[in-house]
Design a protein. Structure first.
Length: 484
């Protein structure tokens, strides 16, 4: 089988990168290379930015209603190709097909939101701010924006940004993950079919050098990054230094508190999905379970049974409920965490390290794993693992749970399971993560709400999606008028 070498999409055309430096895209269930991705040269990256810069003046003048019509066409094509894109996500990322479908649906919802741009982008006006003087605030696009995306939601995450950015009248350069850029190729094939003016949207494959070229380019006005926290912080610093707008979404360590009064059956189901869905490679995945008082006895065994019953396999196969992790290197990293947990004295009560997955001997599989008797100071309880490994900690009360959760430097998402409105309110009030679930295991904001964490999980101020994204992609100009 010939291996496809991926191309860039620049100025309305598919172009080969001349780069000799390449990476492999590997199907995680089979452990087989399925495509080759070029690490584009700085010159190629610069060309994409210049193209977007040159396309900006005419695109900005295109009425918002017309810009929205392109997005309606894009949405129709995404629906037509829905299954193909979802399948591609499973092939390149490993997640189970229904999880891929869910992620593509979430991406389409951002396109739907962005079609409302004629309303969303409106400004405001107040007559008589002083006698005979009126004041209006208008929103204007800024120029070229770029996105830099992670491996875990290869179709969805870039769609958090591009639709809204171009709906606002900006032009765009997307840099997909270098580990799994295939679904973005498919999505750009659809963008190619909606006949946008050349240069409005561009795709550049690459890694660190490509990213740094984007960050240093004075023609790029703003950058949206999603990935690990150390890179997110570096991106924030470097982009801010060159005067850009930045929203930089980082890693996570998500705590889930279970109160003794929670509905245990429903909580076990929701928390199992939170921790092991997408093989734990979700920035919203539950990672440390804080079991309050006798919630520990009520919850522990049913949860272990639920985790043990997950069926490892190829995400394309019917009946699979836990797919592989993304790469061999990532599997080794997660296994390293399990070793550290054991060395630190945690009790590995469910060990997924020797999985039996018939028919897929070379896949990057790891069974659901659970540590008990965990101390919050251990690496497994404090650092991001990003795999199907969960820690159980018995805590005395809500206060104790909150003290552990808020001591962690990450603050992406957290959830509480309870039947007490008072406990839920207290949790919402005091937890410092900014995506909070109450009897919800994956607190993923819909497209019309802001997506992003706080503390070490987010660098910037305006978050992805929702009205904040309109603020991010526009400048607000105020005009004060007096007519004699
Ligand atoms: P990553 O940081 O390794 O890579 C993200 C992107 O940055 C990729 O496009 C990569 O090519 C590029 N990159 C990598 N190293 C770089 C460097 N040194 N300089 C410049 N660019 C660089 O992240 P990943 O492993 O692809 O994704 C997983 C991480 O993303 C996890 O930490 C996860 O929590 C996080 N994530 C966060 C959110 C959120 O909403 N906060 C959502 C999804 C994923």
């Amino acid at each position: 089988m010939s291996i496809e070498r991926l191309r860039n999409y620049v100025n309305g055309k598919w172009v080969e990168s001349s780069s000799q430096s390449t990476g492999d895209v590997v199907n995680p269930a089979l452990g087989e290379k399925i495509a080759e991705v070029p690490f584009s040269t700085p010159g190629e990256t610069r060309r994409a930015v210049e193209t977007a810069r040159d396309a900006f003046p005419a695109w900005r003048e295109t009425p918002p209603l017309e810009r929205a019509r392109y997005l309606f066409r894009f949405k129709d094509l995404l629906e037509e190709s829905f299954d193909e894109i979802a399948k591609t996500v499973t092939l390149e990322n490993g997640k189970v097909l229904h999880e891929s479908r869910g992620s593509v649906r979430r991406g389409i919802e951002v396109v739907e939101m962005a079609t409302g741009i004629p309303s969303l982008m409106q400004g405001s006006c107040l007559e008589d701010v002083a006698r005979g003087i009126d004041c209006e605030a208008i929103r204007q696009p800024l120029g070229v924006f770029a996105s830099i995306a992670p491996f875990n939601f290869p179709a969805m995450v870039p769609l958090w940004f591009l639709p809204t950015a171009i709906a606002c009248g900006n032009t765009f350069v997307a840099k997909p993950s270098d580990r799994n850029p295939l679904s973005q190729q498919k999505i750009f094939e659809l963008l190619d079919r909606i006949d946008l003016p050349a240069g409005v949207v561009n795709l550049v494959n690459g890694g660190r050098e490509t990213v740094e070229t984007i960050l240093d380019d004075p023609d790029v006005k703003g950058v949206s990054f999603v990935g690990s926290s150390s890179v997110a912080k570096a991106i924030y610093d470097r982009a801010a230094k060159s005067g850009k707008r930045v929203q930089s979404l980082g890693g996570a360590k998500n705590f889930i508190t279970v109160m003794p009064d929670a509905d245990m059956e429903k909580s076990v189901a929701a928390i199992t999905e939170s921790c092991y869905g997408c093989a734990g490679e979700r920035c919203l995945a539950g990672s440390v379970l804080l079991l309050v008082g006798d919630a520990y006895e009520k919850f522990r065994d049913p949860f272990l049974r639920a985790a043990e019953s997950l069926r490892l396999g190829n995400g394309l196969d019917e009946g699979t409920t836990l797919g592989p992790v993304v790469t061999r290197a990532h599997l080794d990293k997660v296994l390293g965490f399990i070793e550290r947990g054991i060395e630190e004295g945690a009790n590995l009560v469910l060990d997924g390290r020797s999985p039996r997955v018939d028919d897929y001997p070379n896949g990057f599989f790891l069974g659901a794993s659970v540590f008990d008797d965990v101390d919050p100071s251990m690496a497994v309880a404090s650092e991001e693992i990003f795999g199907p490994v969960v820690c159980l900690i018995r805590v005395n009360d809500l206060e104790h749970a909150l003290s552990i959760a808020t001591a962690n430097p990450y603050a992406n998402a957290t959830s509480i399971f309870t039947s007490s409105g008072r406990a839920a309110r207290e949790y919402r009030y005091r937890a410092d993560a900014s995506m909070i679930g109450v009897n919800i295991g994956v607190a993923a904001p819909m497209a019309c709400f802001p997506f992003g964490g706080s503390k070490g999980s987010f660098f910037g101020d305006l978050k992805a999606t929702g009205r904040q994204s309109i603020d991010f992609y526009t400048d607000q100009k105020v005009v004060i008028s007096r007519w004699y």
